[in-house]
Write a protein that binds this ligand. Sequence first.
Ligand SMILES: *Cc1c(COP(=O)(O)O)cnc(C)c1O
Length: 436
Amino acid sequence: MRYFSTRGAGPVTLDESLVRGIASDGGLYMPQTLPEFTVEDFATTRSIPQVAARLMAPFFSGSTLQDELDAILDETFSFPIPITALPAGQGSAGLLELYHGPTAAFKDVGAGFLAACLTRLEGDEADPLTILVATSGDTGGAVAAAFNERPGMRVVVLFPEGRVSERQAQQLTCWGDNVLSLRVRGAFDDCQALVKSALADTGLGRRFRFSSANSINIGRLLPQSTYYAHASLQHYAQTGRKPGFIVPTGNLGNALACIMAREMGLPIGPIILATNANRTISDYFETLRWLPRPSVQTLASAMDVGDPSNMERLRSLVGDAEILREQLGVLAVTDDLIGTAIRRDYEEFGFATCPHTATATHTWRELDRELKTGHDWILVATAHPAKFETIVEPLIGAMVPLPDGLAEILARPSRSVAIDAELDALGMALHDFFSA
Ligand SMILES: *Cc1c(COP(=O)(O)O)cnc(C)c1O
């Protein structure tokens, strides 16, 4: 399989696209073609790693990682991804729980897969690869967990001091000797700018072999199609019906993986994107004009994206708004409605949902009758509510029980270094930490 930039550059191999992250022309890598499958192709696959192996094999043809694919997938899918049936109201629905990984959110899948691949491609104990990641909360934890204690690899997490929740901060700072956590005196944008200047700095580049684990890396995207394939095959085997999916959406990576699974022939019905008050995608479908803008802060903060970069991939795969809106639904959900949905979910389901997941449960309740009862629906739960307890607990008036994995992380010692948002300070911190 060859990979091309959405802006035309290429072709490159899978290995190259994984290591480079972003294409030389500034575009995003996509596979040259999507493989086509039928349900029968999965007749003998049962477990998620087995489904993943079948689905991912064409993407790895010609890669030096081909023979390691099974091991990579066993490492990536080391936790369950169950579907919980929701109490029958109108029509049938289930919740796809993507939050049983190390940091209790779906980003663990993409980060784990990328770490498993990059360690094999670039890991070198004599001259480790240093992954830089700027985070506003969720991404950094998933990336740190994924690369934690991997030989020949290091991670530097930069997060804005005082602007992430306590539990998020703990998930950014509780790792081993190959993870440096930096509390940057500044905002998320300062963290991102620091990463950019470090990657471009020749002085630092002589001392460190840098890379990034950006959300636009194809290695974060590809494995996510697996849980849509597995869930839809399981549902189709049980009922003979293709489920629809409602996907909480920010930068469009998770939803794109669902769309790719449908394009590859998996038994998937309608797909609906649920966003928060950041309306760039819903306005695009309505007005046919793509108008990226600064993000607004919402309760579903991991979806606060005003310029979803994966739209470039979606357009190259499917087409522009006129075609997209025939194939996808979209609903923008305000904070008020997210709050209402969290309360109703707790009352009606008997358990809490996180603010991101609540955009999907709200969207499901709002479906018109025909659409709602004409399909079975799988609502995608992107994070565990205990990660967002300061939002969820006051709304439901109850404590959210901590899952074991999260409790274990919260009990660990935490360590981080505060720096000013300046390249010199970053260089010094790197030097102190990694040569000590
Ligand atoms: C990142 C994230 C999202 C948004 O996913 P995209 O792939 O950016 O659309 C939704 N929910 C949670 C909990 C997240 O961490």
